[in-house]
Design a protein. Structure first.
Length: 122
């Protein structure tokens, strides 16, 4: 099982496997360029890559990064088609700039059956 990331913009960063993450097969999602984000709205951050997820899997956003004044609002990412560029949705309490190269979040492939069990509860 392998997720394939394809750079589609020259400014984009393809996610790289995180060697020190406490979850297995975790990838860093890196902010590709200087971006202003604003309060009281959903800020969509284009990442400059596409991804191909194997059948039966979904990409879970891992909220490992704390201490930031902004938060990623998604729990999961999907690849609607191989041709759809990936973006993240971020909210913040005040205006600020995200710096290029800053890690926005970690992502990890998960089996859909495991995610379904988590969502359904007991």
């Amino acid at each position: 099982m392998a997720v394939e990331f394809t750079k589609v913009q020259d400014w984009g960063f393809v996610p790289l496997e995180n060697e020190i993450c406490f979850d297995n097969k975790c990838f860093n999602v890196i902010n590709p360029r200087l971006i202003s984000i604003f309060p009281d709205r959903i800020n969509h951050i284009p990442l400059g890559f596409r991804m191909s997820v194997p059948p039966g899997y979904i990409i879970q956003i891992k909220h490992h990064i704390s201490g930031k004044p902004w938060k990623v609002i998604n729990e999961y990412m999907t690849a609607d088609t191989l041709y759809t560029p990936v973006q993240l949705s971020i909210i913040t309490p005040y205006e600020l700039q995200l710096q290029p190269g800053e890690i926005l979040t970690h992502i990890q492939p998960q089996r859909i059956t495991g995610v379904l069990a988590t969502i359904e509860g007991t």
